[in-house]
Design a protein around this ligand. Structure first.
Ligand SMILES: Cc1cc2nc3c(=O)[nH]c(=O)nc-3n(C[C@H](O)[C@H](O)[C@H](O)COP(=O)(O)OP(=O)(O)OC[C@H]3O[C@@H](n4cnc5c(N)ncnc54)[C@H](O)[C@@H]3O)c2cc1C
Ligand code: SF4
Length: 501
């Protein structure tokens, strides 16, 4: 373990971000790295608990006390080996994960005192890249089996890397111009600069993964063609159908699903031209409907674009400021209020506010057919969150962004494959194998809208099941065994014969 009783002597040091008002002038990553000595001290706070609840919190089953201790002992190269054993892309989770591991850390019994696991994770991987310890790991044996991975988000990238390292020939198809999925075109550069994703894509290429961007499977290549050509298929197409707003006035101009706006902004930043584009917040009164991560990223972009004012609305009541022990006691994820980075920025320049328990009743347009006003009322505290009479109000709104979550994957490709779906419309694949033999599913398209850490876990698990299936076809031993299996899925059924072979 770290230092005996370290947590009694050393205080938790929180993650640092650059100044909230200054960072609005650019799109650069705002996470401020900590000096090595401070990180080693933070690692020393870990108690190496007999029952490390941090493991339970982490969907990847990361070996957290092990690498906390290695950092404390200044053994960074050993630490990255341990970290990579369960997580293909710690620089994604180290920057973007909400850190359920910290919420579950035993030290968090004293609220706000958890080991700074996420920050230690991020520094291990950043140190590893800086020192050239992250290198391509191509397989030593080729199996001759071909796998197609559809979708290059974190789930598809993890599945492709795992399958390639097991010796299979892997082609990753991505319909956008670059891989990364929502992490690339949804999450802004100030949370993760996109070279961080491209650096990993280069590693996959160097390992032998054939990444083909700009290919829309189901349109450019049919499901039948794929099944004929490949021995196994992993679908990791994400959950991309946005929840819409069913109120009068929805048809007015200037009302967009959040991802339409975020695609435009991320592409503008990637092109090095951040001037206003076809959807813009510059000089506008912006209303963002939805209080989650996606909504926050809309607020952050709108502020950087120079919006007049940004209002973020949430249907649910404002959560309590500390862990509600009667509802989500430790080690569960606490449903408590968190000031988002975007609201911190908005408050710093007095241009943004977030309102809770608000239901939109209708939208009113101007003479040219554009949205001009959002009419609302306070929402009753429980479903169906009906408007409370006498609480009505109006916000000026020249741009309305709908960040109310995603319903399920786009059904077209799923139907081409003839896949079974769960009641929510996600791919039904309790053991990662779908209703079609040899076709597997991972990430948001299987579990519904979720987190990057879950997508990586799902990619690894689906790869393991696909590898087992392929090995059975070849009469060989599977190469991918265990490896951070934190999911609820059972080991899975015996592999079925592939009618395509
Ligand atoms: C704005 C926003 C911010 C977020 N912020 C965070 C955060 O801070 N932390 C966090 O943990 N999670 C965050 N999330 C959630 C997280 O990004 C997702 O859970 C995660 O990306 C899901 O990974 P995935 O690989 O399953 O799907 P996606 O990331 O959606 O990737 C699916 C990929 O499949 C491709 N694709 C789809 N159909 C086809 C086809 N027919 N042919 C070829 N390619 C196809 C898509 O283009 C896409 O690249 C955020 C989500 C959004 C929208
Ligand atoms: S629960 Fe916290 S203190 Fe215990 S092993 Fe995990 S990180 Fe260390």
């Amino acid at each position: 373990m770290g230092e005996l009783g370290g947590f009694l002597k050393i205080e938790r040091s929180n993650v640092k971000y650059s100044d909230a008002s200054e960072r609005l002038s650019n799109y650069e990553e705002f996470l401020v790295p900590k000096p090595v000595e401070e990180l080693r001290e933070q690692g020393a706070r870990c108690m190496d608990c007999g029952v490390p609840f941090c493991h339970n919190g982490c969907p990847l089953g990361n070996l957290i006390p092990d690498w906390n201790d290695l950092v404390f002992r200044d053994r960074w190269q050993d630490a990255i080996r341990q970290l990579h054993a369960t997580n293909n892309f710690p620089e994604f989770t180290g920057r973007l994960c909400p850190a359920p591991c910290e919420a579950a850390c035993v030290l968090e019994i004293r609220e706000g005192d958890a080991v700074t696991i996420k920050q230690v994770e991020n520094s291990i991987i950043d140190t590893a890249w800086e020192n050239g310890w992250v290198v391509p790991e191509p397989p030593s044996v080729e199996t001759g089996r071909k796998v197609a991975v559809i979708g290059g988000g974190p789930a598809g990238l993890a599945a492709a890397q795992q399958l390639r390292r097991a010796g299979h020939t892997v082609v990753l198809f991505e319909r956008d111009e670059a891989v990364g999925g929502l992490m690339r075109f949804g999450v802004p550069d100030f949370k993760i600069e996109k070279w961080v994703i491209e650096r990993r894509a280069d590693q996959l290429r160097a390992e032998g993964v054939d990444i083909r961007t700009g290919v829309d499977i189901g349109v450019d290549v049919t499901a039948d063609q794929l099944q004929e050509e490949y021995d196994a298929i992993v679908l990791s197409t994400g959950s991309r159908v946005p929840r819409d707003l069913d109120v009068p006035g929805r048809e007015l101009d200037g009302i967009h699903p959040a991802m339409d706006y975020l695609y435009v902004r991320n592409r503008a930043v990637a092109a090095g031209d951040v001037s206003p584009k076809e959807i813009t917040a510059a000089g506008k009164n912006v209303v963002v409907i939805g209080g989650g991560d996606t909504g926050a990223d809309c607020v952050g972009n709108s502020l950087r674009e120079g919006a007049l004012e940004v209002i973020q609305l949430e249907l649910l009541p404002e959560p309590p400021s500390s862990r509600p022990d009667d509802r989500t006691p430790w080690p569960l994820w606490p449903q408590k209020y968190r000031l988002s980075y975007a609201m911190e920025e908005g408050k710093a320049v007095e241009k943004a506010e977030q309102d809770y328990s608000i239901v939109t009743t209708h939208l009113v347009g101007n003479e040219s057919g554009g949205v001009a006003e959002l009419h609302y009322a306070s929402a009753a505290p429980a479903p169906p969150f009906a408007p409370v009479e006498g609480t009505e109000g109006v916000f000026k709104a020249d741009l309305v962004l709908l960040a109310m979550g995603f319903l399920h994957p786009e059904p077209g490709l799923l139907d081409q494959f003839g896949l079974g779906k769960d009641p929510r419309g996600n791919i039904k694949a309790p053991t990662y194998e779908t209703s079609q033999p040899g076709v597997f599913a991972a990430g948001d398209c299987r579990r519904g809208q979720s987190l990057i850490v879950w997508a990586i876990n799902e990619g690894r698990q689906a790869a393991r099941m696909a590898d087992r299936y392929l090995s059975t076809l070849a009469g060989a031993e599977p190469a991918l065994v265990g490896g951070g299996d934190a999911d609820e899925g059972p080991e899975g059924p015996p592999a079925k014969a592939n009618p395509g072979l």
